[in-house]
Structure formats: C-alpha cells, structure tokens
Design a binder for this molecule. Sequence first.
Ligand SMILES: [Fe+2]
Length: 244
Amino acid sequence: MSERPIDTQKFDLNDPLAGLAQEYFSGLSPEIVAKAQTACLDVCQNFKGNVDLSKAILLWSQESLYHEIEQTRLAAFYAAALSQKIDWMGAKSLERLLMGCFFKDFGMMKLPAVIRGKAPAKMNPEEAALYQKHPEEGVNFLCQLSSVEEAVRHVVYQHHECVDGSGFPNHLSNIKLYPLAKVVALADFFATSIIEDKILPLEALKRFMSNRAALAKYDPDIIRSLVKVFIKNGESKKNEGARK
Ligand SMILES: [Fe+2]
C-alpha cells in the first residue's frame, strides 16, 4: 500500500469519509462504494440537524487522534458496505447501525493519552483494563443525549463483544448480542486489520478467512455478507450458474 498522507483533518459532517486512502476501497465495486459513502453521508447530515449530536461529534473530533478518526471512518464505511448484503437491514436499522459506528469510541475520550496511542496487544494488564472500559464510558456519555436511542447505545456498548464470548466488556456470547452490534464488531475488526497491517482489503479478507480463531469471533451470517461485498455481480451470476 502507498504511504498514507500526513493528514490532520478532523471529522467533517459534510464529508465523513474524507481523507481515507482509495486503496481502502479496492476490491469493491463502484456501486457498493458509492452506496456506502451515501449512507454514511446521510447519517451525518442528520447529525447536523440536531444541536446535541453536532456538538458531541465536534467534541469527539477535537479530542481524538487522527488515527482514531480514520479507524472510525473506515469501520463506518465497511459497516455500510456489508449491510448492503444483509437481508434484514432496513433504512432505520442502517441509520442506527451507522450512528453506533460513528459514536462507538466516544468513551476513548475518557482514557489517558498513553493508552490511546497504544495498540491493545501492547498494553499491560492495567492499561488493558482501562481500555476495556471505553464502551461503557461511551454509553455514559451518550446517556446525556436524549436523542440517542437505546438501540444505538447497545451498539456502542457491545461493539467489542464477540460471538464466542471472548470479547469485552461482558464476554457476551452470540445469543445475547444485539444484531447491529455484531455488524459493527466485524466492520471494526476489518477496518483495523486494513489500517494496522497496512494491507489491501482483499488481503485482509484472505487473512481473516484463513484464521480460524478470528472467524470464531464473528457471526457467520455477517461474515458471509462481508465476503459477498467483494464478489462482483458477474462472479455471483457465474457462481449461480455453476450451482444449477
Ligand atoms: Fe472501540
């Protein structure tokens, strides 16, 4: 992948995916990319009409490091992209999903700077315990905003939970997980893989699909949706033909 530009641009409600490298979208059809971009923009336009939400996003943008904003942008993009392949995802669910995605790491604002600059794998036990409080801190923050629905708070609270019970903060397993939170969890993981490993999306997908431990953490139906996002229309028709 090419070197990422040094970009100090903060979050812009008029251009929520600004600054993301084009490589982050490679392997996807232009239609999928355009639809996901529009979905992210539509949700952010709704924030603009709400004083509390605009202020909250502005505060988060001011308080966040660029890499945190970049990761949130890409996670929201992939949540919007793979949602196009989820049958039960209606307009209202998509709106709640993307709100949860943009708000998911608001709780990081409460954490000391030393933790925010570190990858979770490099944290000591005390730092990891603090880091794992960020979903709860995020919900505490959102509880002050009356226009944030409970569904969105569920997404924020559970965005690091995994279907095999290995996630945090509550080690919830599949049956107890909120469906939209399962979508965000996978989009979040996938975005982090692309950014942290500095690899193209198709390589991130290949590595994910060959990693049994990682696969066990996410809902199989949502994983299938992620895979379908990368199958071009022609290929899926060819595959359907081959099955007949
Ligand atoms: Fe998070």
